[in-house]
Ligand binder design. Structure first.
Ligand code: V47
Length: 358
């Protein structure tokens, strides 16, 4: 039996893979990898593909940090600064709810002028006005920024988040955990250990969150595997992650110089490898805003079981070139999933099934 055959047998037997084995997975041909990942996905979810009706709100783009990959933050490349008022945020949430949204996904920049009450007060106002709207808000990078700038511990910040009505945390700010790459692409932001510690503490309160990975820039395959395995280790401890979301790097209007961009094949392999390695994170999300909708639909056959949602509006990835600025109409989204041979299932933010479009 060759080394590759032994690895395939190990995957079919449901055994856990190491860092070295994870790296070797990239050497398997795409269709073999796809078949292995699809086998795991089908066993868990059959042909169901999950999505939610959500609205992304990005309330300020003023940021004290300078992440090289970011085109959203107000800077030399994006001189149009803005900070929304609570009334504006509330009105967007109300409009989204009227259009069927069950979740508002609120991610901001790290604005040193805005103050803690501006960040947290918006969640409270949304929750008071629309108690049934799920508030998914504050990445671990924002939590770290707010804790540091207000002299609060992570526990104190989490108390305030819960009091303010935050229901779950999005997975942003994880980027790539490898410290050297992280230093190069987003020096000064939340460290990898801090990111993991914030999610650990959030999970210990019985709360759920997601985890992202920004890939396809200057990182190596080994860094992606290391990133996934650090998440797998924390998930063994807490079980609080719902979804893993590989974000494909968008290249426009930013300061990161990249020599070689990933091919569609490399992106699909990464989804498949995530499904195989992350045996304890239930959902692998192909976030169509960064992968393109075409590749996200294909990713359903390479391990992904979730396509995020209708989004309605999005400012972070679209600033860097993604075609997600206006989101997608529900009917179109459902038709695309159905026509690709899968069963669209509308879920809530914690993956309870709300409607099966069979
Ligand atoms: O962490 C910034 C990323 C993230 C670029 O939890 C970029 O369901 C690609 O948190 N190319 C924030 N990505 C977005 C986020 C998120 C998105 C979708 C779903 C969920 C979830 C969370 O946006 C940041 C950063 O990695 N980002 N710039 C770029 N040029």
């Amino acid at each position: 039996m060759s080394a590759q055959e032994a690895l395939i047998a190990k995957i079919r037997a449901g055994e856990r893979l190491s860092q070295e084995e994870g790296e070797v997975l990239y050497d398997l041909d795409l269709l073999t990898l796809g078949e292995l990942a699809d086998g795991i996905r089908r066993e868990r979810y059959g042909k169901k593909s999950y999505f939610n009706i959500n609205r992304h709100i990005n309330p300020t783009n003023i940021c004290k940090d300078i992440c090289k990959f970011c085109a959203y933050s107000a800077s030399r490349k994006n001189p149009n600064q803005y900070t929304m008022s609570h009334e504006e945020i509330l009105s967007i949430a109300g409009e989204a709810r009227a259009k069927g949204a069950k979740e508002v996904h609120i991610v901001s920049a790290h604005n040193p002028e805005a103050g803690l009450d501006w960040y947290l007060g918006a969640f409270r106002k949304i929750k008071d006005a629309y108690p049934d709207l799920h508030v998914k808000a504050l990445t671990a990078a924002e939590v770290n920024f707010l804790a540091e700038s207000n002299g609060l511990s992570y526990d104190e910040m989490i108390d305030l988040m819960i009091e303010s009505g935050v229901d779950s945390m999005p997975g942003g700010g994880a980027e790539i955990f490898d410290e050297e790459v992280r230093d190069y692409i987003c020096k000064g932001k939340v460290s990898s250990d801090q990111w993991l510690e914030i999610h650990r503490k959030w999970h210990q309160r019985g709360r759920e969150s997601n985890a992202t990975m920004l890939f396809g820039h200057v990182e190596k395959r080994s860094h992606r595997i290391d990133h996934m395995l650090r998440l797998r280790t924390l998930q063994d401890e807490t079980g609080g992650f719902n979804a893993f979301i590989p974000l494909v790097y968008q290249r426009e209007n930013n300061f990161l110089r990249v020599e070689e961009f990933p091919t569609a094949q490399e992106i699909l392999k990464t989804y498949a490898i995530a499904r195989i390695l992350l045996d304890n994170i239930p959902h692998i999300k192909a976030y169509w805003a960064t992968s393109t909708i075409g590749l996200a639909l294909l990713a359903q056959e390479f391990g992904a079981d979730d396509l995020d949602g209708t989004i309605q509006k999005e400012s972070i990835q679209s600033a860097a070139g993604a075609a997600s600025a206006q989101g997608m109409e529900l009917e179109e989204f459902v038709a695309l999933i159905r026509n690709s041979g899968f069963i669209p299932v509308e879920r809530d933010s914690l993956y309870n099934e709300l409607k099966v479009y069979d």
